[in-house]
Design a protein around this ligand. Structure first.
Ligand SMILES: [Zn+2]
Length: 391
């Protein structure tokens, strides 16, 4: 039998069927069942197989094999038994909507930009790879035309042709096939050889939305959703948007402006916090009694501010100043000294406190994972200097 004579091709909208079991053999995953007629689409042409049940028994997989359409079931079915088959129609119709949406999308890309669909996958999203670079504007234009085709409610037609008849048609995915070629035609938009399941009229797709796209080398990968899946996805986006809108007290279509203001306010606050913190550090520096060496804990892990603090203390006559500030993983530090050659102790000191850093003879800075006590002890061990802990 010509594969396109299968029941599901002749009756793509039938989702329940009474038929007879022709064979049932044990296999690795359960049983291989062949039916007289089947409404189950087997995996193929980038489209996953149907889900459903045969006489209430779950169908795990459906594949086209040499002997026919093989249904993998968990339980045994008797040969000759009359069985009731049921497919998960919501799932199947979803695939039909998305598959047909992808046809129109690929057809319009070919028409407008000349690129071919060179990779196709139906997972959480419909993923289509085109062998050329599409910009955001190009994609928006394709999307607009695809939805126009959907709203025009065009007929999705099947053309069956023998190897010699294929010459008559211009269509995508043209390869030499021994048997019958099935061309799916949507007038004015697309003609493509395909063995998958499609809706009868484009209006049934409802909507086609590009969710995302990414540039690969000389290719563009487009993530699409059509029909019910697009509706659910857009509903989720709207829910998120509504929550953000409420949090920002902004209208749903004005949240990007509100976020931009929020970002600017955040930057202003950070800048102010830094200015105030450095001012406080400078006031502390002015109040510190003049010791030979001091260790000061800064509230701000800002190397510029920490260096400014060190300079102010050195101007007062303090010979060695270390400033540390808490970071997510430990401490960052800045050391300045007039009496120690910091370059000569740097490697040993950094190793002792597990630090990374650099500097010169008068100043060194870095970050470490050691505790305050460990830093102080390590410094004493390599220099012989005891620091006064201030503030
Ligand atoms: Zn198709």
């Amino acid at each position: 039998m010509n594969e396109f004579q299968e029941y599901y091709y002749r009756h793509p909208y039938i989702n329940e069927l009474d038929t007879v079991v022709l064979s049932c053999h044990a296999c690795k995953y359960g049983y291989k069942v062949i039916l007289k007629d089947t409404i189950f689409y087997p995996e193929g042409g980038g489209q996953p197989c149907d889900k459903g049940t045969i006489q209430g028994i779950k169908v795990i997989d459906v594949q086209r094999e040499k002997e026919g359409i093989v249904h993998i079931t968990k339980d045994f079915l008797s040969v000759g038994e009359k069985v009731h088959c049921k497919i998960d129609w919501e799932y199947r119709f979803d695939l039909m909507q998305n598959h047909t949406g992808e046809h129109i999308f690929s057809g319009v890309v070919k028409q407008l930009y000349g690129y071919s669909n060179v990779g196709f996958h139906m997972g959480e999203y419909i993923c289509a790879d085109f062998n050329g670079e599409l910009t955001e504007t190009d994609i928006q234009e394709v999307e607009r035309r695809v939805n126009q085709a959907i709203w025009a409610n065009l007929s999705v037609q099947e053309i069956f042709c023998s190897p010699s008849e294929t010459m008559k048609y211009e269509y995508r995915s043209k390869i030499a096939i021994e048997g019958t070629t099935r061309i799916i035609s949507i007038a004015g938009y697309d003609m493509c050889a395909c063995c998958g399941m499609h809706v009868k009229n484009t209006g049934e797709i409802g909507i086609c939305k590009v969710i995302n796209f990414e540039k690969l080398r000389n290719k563009t990968r487009v993530f699409l959703l059509s029909g019910r899946r697009a509706f659910i996805y857009l509903g989720r986006i709207q829910q998120e948007n509504a929550m953000i809108s409420k949090m920002l007290s902004a209208k749903p279509l004005e949240i990007s402006v509100a976020v931009s203001h929020l970002q600017q306010r955040n930057l202003d606050v950070q800048k102010l916090y830094r200015t105030v913190s450095i001012e406080m550090m400078m006031k502390d520096a002015d109040k510190i009694p003049t010791h030979d060496a001091i260790l000061y804990t800064s509230v701000l892990a800002d190397s510029e501010g920490m260096r400014a603090f060190c300079n102010r203390c050195m101007e007062k006559g303090i010979s060695t100043v270390m400033v540390i500030a808490k970071t997510e993983v430990g401490y960052s530090y800045v050391i300045m000294s007039r009496t120690i050659d910091l370059l000569s102790i740097r490697a040993e000191f950094n190793a002792a406190i597990h630090a990374k850093g650099g500097g010169n003879r008068e100043m060194m800075q870095g970050s470490c994972t050691a505790s305050l006590a460990e830093i102080s002890t390590a410094f004493h061990a390599v220099t012989g200097i005891s620091m006064h802990i201030v503030f």
